[in-house]
Ligand binder design. Structure first.
Ligand code: AMO
Length: 450
């Protein structure tokens, strides 16, 4: 590895020789002195100073330092913003320097790779230009912070799962049939047949229950041929999934779900709380448990009393309904999360278990965070006769589903789980306007590059 120090670590360091490396953010080239702002992946920036600038080398100068200074001065004069450089020099404290009260007096300035003089994107460019130049957009510290937060969040979830003995799986994304419904299904040529891209790991995470794994989790891609351009839909997104056995109802799934959310938020607050405050101007709150739970039918009534009627009676909450129920929960419980429970059978997939005493309702929930759905979870139907019946009722062909139905013919424990959209969680946590900001490389109906 090239020996250098991370810029964020310089604040706590003594004065003395130092080597730093990163990209040039700004150059101020004055007559007798040059200033460079250098930033690296630690997110911090430092001011570099080249004093005693020699613009033209005096051919009679006998001081070898003059030649060095001339080379340095020329390199700095010519360096374009965005170039990656390695710089050695003396770290000095200087209270007048706004950038952390330190600066580096440059001895050696080496341009490793020069950037083009024109930068095609600025922080205030529109989202599409920023996505076209995503690698440059991601150099902004707040953009990189999003993915540091994502790493911490997922690590915390993983710790909870691993602690509980859950197994991590990677389910295939190439499928012979639809994995949710035939809606929003990507189809592709697969040698002499047709394959479909997995809309979720649903069937294969349930398979792990029949395999006797107990509990599993997966963080992986899911694909939906959704032609919409909303702030919360992508055609490819990262789905955080888990599934586990021996549950009594969807209540057990909700309990694990809220435990995971709390662990994730706690870890993010501990590690990044100060940076979130600085770069996003907000204080991250770790939610309290239990999260409020409201049956969907009741939630619709509450929303109606607030003056908004969710369009159709048998329908899911619409986005405005979700915003309204969040406003209610925030006012009443001071909470940003709410589980809407017991969705109607008519709007839930065939694999959801129905209430023992009311077949028109399912043992299911959606988790709403700040007025947006981030997850769906449920207890699954594990009794083959009932499952077959529900398959037919929903208009599916049991023959096409036979690989899945077979999981339930050889013994399977009661089980349930959830799927959660990772970019949605981050969007809402950091109050971003769209999942385009919180997805590393967004995929939508008109975006396949970069
Ligand atoms: P569902 O279809 O509700 O449930 O998806 C689960 C979660 O995935 C996210 N999501 C999306 N994110 C971005 N773009 C999309 N087009 C998109 N579609 C869904 C949402 C959503 O809440 N198998 C079930 C889950 C389960 O029961 O375990 C499922 O896929 O955050």
């Amino acid at each position: 590895m090239i020996k250098r120090e991370l810029i964020a670590s310089l604040a706590n360091r003594e004065e003395g020789p130092v080597t730093v490396a990163g990209w040039v953010e700004k150059v101020r080239d004055q007559r007798y002195v040059q200033f460079v702002v250098l930033r690296d992946e630690s997110g911090a920036a430092v001011q570099l100073v080249n004093g005693g600038v020699v613009r033209e080398l005096d051919p009679n100068s006998e001081d070898p330092k003059d030649a060095d200074r001339h080379v340095r001065t020329t390199a700095i004069s010519e360096v374009a913003t965005g170039s990656f450089v390695i710089v050695s020099g003396e770290l000095q404290k200087n209270e007048r320097v706004k950038l952390g009260g330190i600066e580096v007096q440059i001895d050696k300035f080496e341009v490793v790779t020069a950037a083009d003089p024109e930068t095609p994107v600025a922080p205030d460019s529109g989202i599409d230009v920023r996505l076209d130049w995503r690698f440059l957009d991601l150099r902004r510290p707040e953009q990189a912070l999003i993915f540091k937060i994502q790493t911490t969040f997922l690590q915390a979830l993983r710790n909870v799962w691993v602690e509980k003995g859950f197994i991590e799986v990677q389910t295939p994304k190439l499928m012979a049939s639809a994995s949710e419904s035939r809606a929003e299904l990507f189809q592709l040529e697969y040698f002499d047949t047709t394959a479909y891209l997995a809309q979720s790991p649903q069937f294969f995470k349930q398979m792990a229950q029949a395999a006797g794994f107990g509990g599993i989790f997966e963080v992986g891609p899911a694909f939906r041929a959704d032609p919409s351009f909303t702030s919360r839909h992508a055609t490819e997104f990262t789905s955080v999934d888990c599934e586990f056995s021996w549950i009594e109802s969807h209540e057990d799934v909700m309990q694990l779900h809220e435990e995971l959310i709390v662990a994730g938020f706690t870890a993010v607050k501990e590690k990044h709380g100060a940076e979130i405050e600085k770069l996003f101007g907000q204080t991250l709150e770790v939610p309290t448990v239990p999260f409020p739970r409201i049956p969907l039918a009741e939630a619709k009534e509450i929303v109606k009393e607030r003056g908004y009627e969710v369009p159709r009676n048998d329908a899911d909450m619409d986005p405005e309904g979700e915003r309204q129920i969040h406003a209610y929960v925030k006012e009443k419980y001071g909470h940003d999360f709410v589980f809407l429970t017991d969705y109607a059978t008519s709007i839930r997939p065939f694999y959801h278990m129905r209430h023992a005493d009311n077949a028109s309702l399912t043992n299911s929930y959606d988790l709403i965070y700040r007025g947006v759905e981030i997850s769906t979870g449920a207890q699954r139907e594990h009794r083959i006769a009932v499952l077959e019946q529900q398959t037919v009722e929903k208009g599916l062909d049991p023959k096409e589903m036979s690989f899945y139905l077979d999981f339930f013919r050889h013994g399977v424990p009661p089980h349930g789980g959830f799927g959660m959209g990772l970019a949605r969680v981050l969007m809402l946590m950091l109050e971003q306007s769209s999942i385009r900001e919180t997805t590393y490389l967004f995929r939508g109906p008109t975006r396949l590059q970069p």
